[in-house]
Design a protein around this ligand. Structure first.
Ligand code: C2E
Length: 351
């Protein structure tokens, strides 16, 4: 049975849980960021739960957990992150409903127009010169009724038109909100959430077509030191710069995202790791040869480099496995001196 963390946090054991959480974070060597605190608190409260077991598995495998991995854990295991998914699903459903309503309104408008022209034609035939008074009276009243219906129809049409444009406005707004929700605000690359959806979808597509898929993780070297030296604003500019280089070469059908703080990733559908390696080598080279200046003082910011881990998916390989292999390749790049690409292809990385 799982423990309800929220009620624990308002009970006798709250501080005990807080302390145990911090101890666990220190033991597992993760930064005490708010997100990590939330993840480790849930894991500490439920030491046999799936989240705690996944953390153990990752630590046994890689000995450390990166910020990007924490993000993944949060999306996979924390309820409030899953809520985002549900909100998106509600948005999708609303969109489908709006489509349905728009087409129903359009259909209604069309039948109203058809009816009007039928009435028009009947009106013209009936106004021919006729002898009988009673027939003329009938025609007169029919004509009046027709005119009333036509006026009614016109106002109905106006209402339908207004509703259609309101529905279209709502759809446009919803689309904008969805775009914002899937975009990283600093870099305008895809954000972590849309990456999580995209990789699942693209792996399924690769399974269906039998085509290769490669995956690269790109991390800015010594970024924390850089931030400490030059400040967060300049750090943000560097993230924007790296993102812009990545974004330029990783256009659709490739999929580039900001994966975590200073970590990015690219999914290469239909491309082997050898082909993707040429691309990420180009990115690494472009970044390391550009002279960046601090905008406020024009001081030289020194060399910015990135390390890259690259893996090609084996057929039917689970999503977490290719991410883990690319992550391990990234750590190999770091260990071997940074500013380099490690391509493990389809092979597991030798320890
Ligand atoms: P940004 O400042 O919004 O600049 C967007 C794009 O405008 C740049 O894309 C570049 O094509 C052009 N641009 C802006 N300022 C200059 C300039 O002074 N000289 C030249 N030749 N072009 C300029 P790019 O290069 O891909 O950079 C993307 C983002 O990366 C920039 O967004 C900025 O946030 C950051 N960045 C790039 N280079 C530097 C730099 O030397 N210092 C700082 N602090 N940030 C930089």
């Amino acid at each position: 049975m799982t423990t309800d963390v929220n009620s624990l946090l308002r009970g006798m054991q709250a501080y005990q849980l807080g302390q145990a959480t911090l101890a666990a974070m220190e033991r597992d060597q993760v930064w005490p960021t708010p997100l990590n605190y939330e993840i480790w608190m849930h894991a500490t409260a439920n030491p046999d739960g799936p989240l705690a077991l996944e953390i153990q598995r990752l630590l046994q495998k890689d000995k450390m957990i990166s910020e990007a991995t924490s993000d993944r854990l949060a999306v996979e295991f924390l309820q409030n992150r899953r809520l985002d998914d549900e909100i998106r699903e509600a948005g999708d459903q609303l969109n489908r409903e709006l489509d349905f309503v728009t087409s129903a309104i359009k259909k209604a408008q069309q039948s109203s127009l058809d009816y009007n022209s039928t009435l028009d034609r009947a009106d013209q035939s009936l106004s021919l010169d006729l002898e009988s008074k009673s027939l003329r009276d009938v025609i007169k009243s029919l004509s009046t009724a027709t005119e009333a219906v036509r006026t009614e129809n016109r106002s109905l049409e106006e209402m339908l038109e207004r509703s259609t444009s309101e529905v279209q406005r709502l759809q446009f707004h919803l689309e904008q909100v969805r775009r914002e929700a899937s975009t990283d605000a600093l870099t305008t690359l895809n954000n972590r959430k849309s990456f999580d959806d995209a990789i699942v979808h693209l792996c399924e597509q690769a399974d269906a077509t039998g085509q290769p898929l490669s995956f690269a993780v790109i991390d800015i070297d010594f970024f924390k030191k850089f931030n400490d030296t030059w400040g967060h604003q300049t750090g943000d500019q560097v993230i924007r710069f790296v993102a812009s280089v990545i974004g330029r070469v990783a256009e659709t059908p490739r999929f580039a995202a900001r994966y975590g703080g200073e970590e990015f990733c690219i999914i290469f559908p239909d491309e082997s790791a050898a082909a993707a390696e040429t691309i990420v080598e180009g990115i690494r080279d472009e970044i390391s040869t550009r002279m960046l200046k601090r905008r406020s003082t024009t001081e030289d910011l020194g060399m910015i480099t990135v390390s890259v881990g690259l893996a090609q998916r084996t057929p039917k390989e689970p999503v977490h496995s290719i991410i883990d292999r690319a992550d391990a390749a990234l750590y190999a790049s770091k260990r071997n001196g940074r500013n380099r690409v490690t391509n493990v292809g389809t092979a597991p990385l030798a320890q």
